[in-house]
Design a binder for this molecule. Structure first.
Ligand code: ADP
Ligand code: ASP
Ligand code: MG
Length: 815
């Protein structure tokens, strides 16, 4: 025989009740069953609300009508007119009784725990009775059972403790008289020794099912709900949560204790003792085989089974010298709390015994505080204890799984995920069983934290990077194209998913909680956008508080740089091809590095030098492995390379510059390339990365342009001046050519000095044979002394730069 328990959502509407009855009918064909029912979804909450309204002397009639209507609507839909009356009549009787009780509460403005339980009991009584009558239309031999008298408890109203032996006896005696019948039993409600109605705690219908299952030695206790079993995390928080096929009783207990509402924690005990499997199934997806909670679970590959969370918790911290070495202090504290029925969710104690932190439900916090103040009055007065304070707006996140015991590095993975996402952990507790590690964190960080931890532990599920992109020029546009194209490959081979959550250019911005579809970002940015406002963009990005966040700056503007520090300090990584940040004040450069280190995020700027070529990374690797840079020689202006490589034949200088601009090699303003500024910035960044705290003014730059070109006030004027000076450039070219030499603009870092000079080199020079817009850089170091390490390749252009930005983004994702 099986117990089938249906939760509120499965009796929530006519449609779900039909689905429920289909399940029952199919089950009954295979095996005898007993059905345990919850109240219709939301009804227990409404009953509670009415009880409190009555106590406050407020009008509760609207809620009462709403409850009636919820039931009557179902009856009208699912029962033929001829069968409706007796059901209406009985329910009317229930509602009249309920109204009388509420009126009594209203009159005396007093609501005892006992009365509250009585009021709540109507939810289950109405639903069991109603569903039974609907079932009778389809099935024979159905009977509604008010289970109140069959489960006996103590008088702890609201969360009564069950007298197990007695209840089991009553249930099995009762059932022996009902063989062959389909019983539809009320969940959640029970009675004390005096026959007063008690309840088993919110969510307690699951427990009812387990008690019946245990009493009747059921084959299975089935919990039918509205999701596919127990998932790795609350599906309302983690989109990627997936169903677990099986769990041990302890794992299920721990997950549910820390908030996985899908099953009520005490349910596991009777099932565990009798080794009866619990199966969590979905009323609305009959094909889902269910999550099995049972004795002999197979060894799982998963490092943890799940992540659960309690979203509203308060903590109290007790500290002071009075606790150190005092045997019995914590005993006194926790017996006091238990005596007063305060449930302590979690406890941590520092190893110095100087402080104890414990977490309670917010409603209990002030009560606990008052109790402690009374109990420890003397210690507080003598200042041996600090006066404790309640901290609110906190949540608990717990990771659970029996494998944790055998797998090293679990907590490192947890804290790494939290740390990298800027989640501040207020307290930590690890159960001595090592089946769970729980942390307390700020409520506002909970969703980000659960998602980040989920990504960290279930890597196969594709970690999601949330990116916010500035700039929709050549590089930005190309990046989106590459991202869109590579998405399937990333998912398949890198277990990575990149979601663009926001885009802004100088005119418009668009942010979306769902992420943007890269196929049509352009029209979206036009139609759905708001006026660009960088400050607001950053504010909104921070407020979304998403895990694994990256801010991507594809502009050449100084404005975004003003926000870098703030962004890094919000635990958001930065990927940028914008050189301005790293090439302004050294102090600022250092501040970015420090912020990234302090907040455990990445600040990647590979494309600041040589576009996508691995230059910054190579230098970093050399430095990190203890090598010392003696000299760096480089041609790092793709534009100037292009110009000198193509400034031949009868082409004029200004035409070649224009060509370079058209090909997308130049900075948005070509003057930045030709006056050496762009090159200077790159050399400065390299020098800084090589360990020299240098400023731009420390770099000497040889001019390649005549004064009149440098003085041009606009790009058009600049081109005009280049044309006017055609003879000057021709002369430069012929002089070099006459000596079989070529012109090269070369940067050099040596002995802490950087200079950029225009040189005429012959074919013996390693930089002689350079084509197109290629960059070349040679590192002479302690290790690469005789033959330098050389990196060479295309060092400009939207495609390679975007690819470099892309690679940086992926590198953030790898951590
Ligand atoms: P019922 O009315 O069937 O008793 P509950 O609302 O009590 O249903 O529990 C089911 C809900 O629990 C799901 O709809 C889901 O939102 C929530 N839930 C929270 N954590 C988990 C989890 N880890 N796995 C499955 N469901 C979860
Ligand atoms: N109806 C009760 C509640 O909402 C019991 C249950 O659904 O399990 O808490
Ligand atoms: Mg439930």
């Amino acid at each position: 025989m099986n117990i089938l328990k249906f939760g509120g959502t499965s009796v929530g509407s006519a449609k779900s009740i039909s689905a429920l009855l289909d399940v029952v009918e199919a089950s009954r064909k295979k095996e005898d069953c007993i059905v345990v029912l919850s109240a219709m979804s939301g009804v227990t909450n409404l009953l509670l609300a009415m009880a409190e309204q009555a106590q406050r002397g407020e009008d509760y009639s609207e809620n009462l009508l709403a409850i009636e209507e919820r039931h009557f609507e179902v009856i009208r839909t699912l029962l033929p007119a001829s069968a409706q009356n007796p059901v209406f009549t009985k329910l009317k009787i229930y509602f009249n009784e309920l109204e009388d009780i509420l009126q009594a509460v209203f009159n005396i403005r007093e609501l005892t725990a006992q009365t509250k339980d009585l009021i709540l009991s109507y939810g289950e009584r109405c639903s069991a009775f109603m569903v039974c009558h609907i079932a009778k239309q389809k099935m024979a031999n159905v009977e509604a059972v008010d289970g109140t008298t069959l489960i006996k408890t103590d008088s702890n109203f609201g969360q009564a403790r069950v007298h197990m032996e007695l209840s089991e006896l009553l249930i099995s005696d009762f059932y022996s008289t009902k063989q062959g019948k389909l019983l539809i039993v009320t969940g959640f409600i029970s009675s004390n020794e005096e026959g007063r109605v008690t309840t088993l705690g919110r969510g307690g219908s699951d427990y009812t099912a387990a008690i019946w299952g245990s009493a009747l030695n059921a084959n299975e206790i089935q919990i039918w709900t509205d999701v596919n079993g127990m998932l790795t995390a609350d599906p309302r928080i983690v989109e990627k949560a997936f169903s677990l096929s099986e769990l041990s009783y302890i794992e299920a207990m721990e997950l549910s204790y820390f908030g996985a509402k899908v099953i009520y924690p005490p349910t596991m005990t009777p099932a565990f003792l009798k080794k009866i499997p619990i199966v969590i199934k979905n009323t609305f997806d009959a094909d889902f085989p269910g999550t099995y909670i049972r004795h002999d679970v197979k060894k799982s590959e998963l490092p943890i089974k799940g992540i659960s969370s309690i979203d509203d918790i308060s903590i109290l911290n007790l500290s002071g010298s009075g606790m150190v070495g005092k045997a019995g202090f914590s005993g006194r504290l926790f017996s006091l709390l238990s005596r007063e029925q305060i449930n302590v969710v979690l406890i941590t104690q520092s190893s110095s015994e100087h402080s104890i932190t414990f977490a309670v439900k917010p409603d209990d916090a002030v009560k606990a505080l008052n109790l402690i103040s009374k109990e420890f009055e003397l210690e507080l007065q003598a200042k041996k204890l600090e006066y404790p304070e309640v901290e609110k707006e906190l949540s608990v996140l717990a990771i659970v799984g029996e494998n944790m015991k055998h797998t090293p590095g679990i907590s490192a993975r947890l804290f790494n995920a939290l740390g990298r996402n800027g989640v501040n952990v207020r307290a930590i507790a690890q159960g001595s069983s090592e089946y769970n590690i729980s942390v307390i964190l700020s409520k506002s960080d909970l969703s980000k934290a659960v998602n980040a931890v989920h990504d960290a532990f279930y890597a196969d599920l594709k970690k999601t990077l949330h990116i916010f992109c500035l700039g929709t020029g050549n590089i930005g546009t190309e990046l989106f194209r590459q991202l869109e194209k590579q998405m399937p490959h990333l998912a398949k081979n890198n277990d990575l998913q990149v979601k663009v959550m926001g885009i802004s250019n100088t005119k418009q911005m668009y942010l979306s909680n769902q992420g943007l579809n890269l196929e049509n970002w352009q029209p979206k940015l036009q139609e759905k956008s708001e006026p660009a406002d960088l400050k607001l963009f950053v504010k909104k990005m921070k407020a979304m508080n998403l895990p694994n966040c990256v801010f991507v700056d594809n502009t050449a503007s100084a404005n975004p740089v003003n926000y870098y520090k703030e962004i890094l300090e919000s635990s958001i990584s930065i990927v940028t091809c914008n050189k301005i940040g790293n090439s302004a004040d050294f102090e600022q450069y250092r501040a970015f590095k420090n912020a990234a280190r302090k907040y455990g995020v990445d600040f990647y700027y590979e494309t600041n030098v040589g576009a996508g070529l691995p230059i910054i990374r190579t230098l970093k690797d050399l430095m990190m492995s203890g090598d010392k840079v003696a000299r760096i020689e480089a041609i790092l202006s793709g534009t100037i390379s292009y110009i000198f490589n193509n400034f031949n034949g009868d082409k004029q200088f200004h035409t070649v510059v224009k060509e370079a601009q058209e090909k997308g090699y130049t900075e948005p303003d070509p003057r930045d390339d030709l006056n050496g500024k762009d090159f200077m910035r790159k050399m400065l960044i390299l020098a800084r990365d090589a360990g020299y705290p240098m400023e731009a003014t420390d770099i000497s730059i040889e001019n390649i342009l005549p004064a009149s070109c440098l003085a041009a006030t606009s790009v058009t004027e600049f081109y005009q001046e280049l044309e006017n000076n055609a003879a000057y450039f021709e002369d430069m070219k012929t002089k070099a050519a006459n000596q079989q030499q070529v012109l090269r603009y070369i940067g050099k870092l040596e002995n802490g000095k950087v200079e950029i000079t225009l040189q005429s080199v012959d074919d013996s020079h390693p930089f002689f044979a350079l084509s197109g817009s290629d960059n070349i850089i040679s590192f002479t170091t302690d290790r690469y002394k005789d033959r330098p390490l050389v990196v060479k390749g295309p060092g400009a252009g939207a495609e390679v730069t975007a690819a470099g930005v892309f690679a940086d983004i992926i590198n953030v994702g790898k951590k």
